[in-house]
Every structure is written in C-alpha cells, then in structure tokens.
Ligand binder design. Structure first.
Ligand SMILES: Nc1ncnc2c1ncn2[C@@H]1O[C@H](COP(=O)(O)OP(=O)(O)OP(=O)(O)O)[C@@H](O)[C@H]1O
Length: 297
C-alpha cells in the first residue's frame, strides 16, 4: 500500500525557475526510498512541499490518504523530518531540549522519552549540555525529537552530511534498525550514493525538476542477470547477442534474457566465432545507474 503519494507536482519559483515539472512517485509502507539528483534537481523542493512549507503550483502530496495541501494537520501528524540543520538550546542538556519541545504540545511521558533516547543511543550523554555534543550526537538528538510524536514516515534531508565515517555508519545502522524493528517508512535525500545503496530499497532520480527514474536500487535487484564481456570483436558480439535476444551496452555489460541461461549465451558467442576473453558476473552499481541518467554533460 502507498503510504505517501507524490502526485503531479509542479513548482515554479517567483524567479521563473521551474523547480519541479509534473513529478510523481509513491512510497510503500515499510520501505526506505532514496531521493537522488544533482544540485538544484528539486529534491528539497519536494521535501518542502511534503512538509507543507512550500506551496506547489499544481499537484499534491498525500500521506496515509490525507492531502498535505487540503488536510494539512491530519496529513502532517503522520510525518517527522530532519530537514536542514537541527537547532538546540545549547545551554540546556539533550533531555531538557526534549522537554522544551514536548512542552509545546503539552505531552510528556518520561518512560517513552527514555525509550526513544535509548533507541538513538544517547542515554549516556542525554543529561550533558548539547553544547558539548558532537555533530553525530546532535543528529541523533534531532532524530529523537522527530521520533517522539511517533510518526509513520521519516523524511531525512542529507542526514549524514558532515558526519565522519563512524558517524555515518552509526546513523545508517540506526535507520535500518528503525525500519526493521519499528516498521518505519523512510525517505532519504542524499548525495552519498554508497549510503543510498546500502540503505534504500528503491530510489527516485530527478534531473532538472523531472523524474528520470523510479525503481529498485540496483544492489536490491534480484531478477536481472548481467555479465561483463571482454572481447576484441565488439561488433560481431553485438550481432550474435542481438540474435539471441540479449543486449550489450557500450561498456560490454550484457543483460541475459530471462528465458536463457548465461552459459547458453556464451555458447552462442563462441559458435558465432566471437573470441571471448572473459565473461564475469556483473553487479550494476547505483553510481552507474545514476551517472547514466542524471549526468548533466
Ligand atoms: N526559495 C526559492 N526561491 C527561488 N528559487 C529556489 C528556491 N528554492 C530553491 N530554488 C531553486 O529551485 C531549484 C531546485 O532547488 P532544490 O533546493 O529543490 O534542489 P535540490 O535538488 O534540493 O538541490 P541540492 O542538492 O543542492 O540541495 C534550484 O534551481 C534552486 O535554485
């Protein structure tokens, strides 16, 4: 079931810049979706519209069936976000910051707050002033803030930006834990393709305000069988492969048709007098997919 639906979003800023051009995609319950694209592709604009902070010219975002644009309160109750740098009262402790935040809604449940603090692995430092927190600890406190109202969906805008490798890893494990043990549905905006590859099930790629891809992250694809062919007879190989219903890209990556076994394709190449120097299983990376679709050159 789609928990979040982005429908036909179009946004032109008063400067005349068309930031989004009829963009639509869905997020299913329990999935982690990566939102990718070059600088200025429109990712933050989508996040802003989803959080009700930016008004689209056309289209809408629906969360759990409620429209952010028409039924804002009910829609936004289901979503939490780390969007831009988190701000805290640095003369207060992490715990006191959470108390101040909760006082805005009048809700406070000490046991629940402790549980969330433990979940983000901040129990030991929660009574220290946030002025003493590392960037990674601040991000985890921001995550605790976001989790307290028990949202169904998390929107994370470049959450690992500025973190060191240990911090990135810790944050990644936390996100995967939230999905696995708490069924959280998560949208992640990040330029770190390796991170997206390790965390996300699917991704949406934007280019100049348009969606150019929506689908499985390559490392999660189970059905495609790809092989790297090395040969000097590229033209002949292409001819033989196409007779067998297979395709080869300019880097020699061959996709084996579903009704064929890879060894049958190698036999067809050899019988077709193609000199096969090597034939290795190939796993397409997100970087290859991204560069192929989003490259601005
Ligand atoms: N408030 C604004 N007023 C005018 N133009 C804006 C505004 N916010 C964004 N833009 C423009 O809209 C386009 C999309 O911006 P957006 O911030 O959504 O891109 P992005 O994909 O998030 O980029 P980045 O990866 O750099 O954060 C860009 O050309 C940007 O300059």
């Amino acid at each position: 079931m789609a928990l979040l639906e982005v429908r036909h979003l179009t946004k032109r800023w008063p400067t005349g810049r068309l930031a989004l051009d009829d963009v639509g995609f869905e997020m299913r319950e329990g999935e982690i979706l990566g939102l990718l694209g070059h600088n200025g592709a429109g990712k933050s604009t989508i996040m802003g519209i989803t959080l009700g902070m930016v008004r689209p010219d056309a289209g809408e975002v629906r969360i759990g069936g409620r429209s952010v644009q028409k039924d804002r309160g009910a829609a936004l109750r289901q979503i939490g976000a780390i969007y831009e740098a988190a701000c805290f009262y640095d003369y207060l402790s992490g715990w006191q910051n959470l108390r101040v935040l909760c006082s805005l809604s009048g809700w406070w449940d000490e046991a629940e707050v402790k549980r969330v603090v433990q979940m983000v692995n901040l129990s030991r430092a929660i009574h220290h002033k946030t002025a003493t927190y590392s960037h990674g600890m601040r991000q985890r406190l921001a995550l605790a803030q976001t989790l307290l109202p028990q949202p169904k969906i998390l929107l994370l805008d470049e959450p690992t930006d500025g973190l060191d490798p240990e911090g990135i890893r810790e944050f990644r494990e936390l996100i995967l834990h939230l999905r696995k043990h708490h069924g959280m549905t998560i949208m992640l905006n990040s330029h770190l393709l390796g991170e997206v590859e390790q965390m996300c099930d699917r991704c949406v790629i934007l280019k100049d305000g348009k969606k150019v891809f929506e689908g499985a992250v390559p490392s999660q694809e189970k059905s495609r069988r790809m092989f790297q062919l090395e040969t000097n007879d590229i033209g002949l190989a292409r001819e033989v492969l196409s007779r067998s219903g297979a395709t080869m890209d300019k880097h020699g990556i061959v996709e084996v048709p579903l009704d064929m076994e890879p060894h049958e394709l190698v036999a067809a190449l050899v019988n077709g007098r193609v000199q096969v120097h090597s034939w290795q299983p190939h796993r397409r990376t997100l970087e290859e997919l991204y560069m192929g679709l989003s490259s601005r050159s």
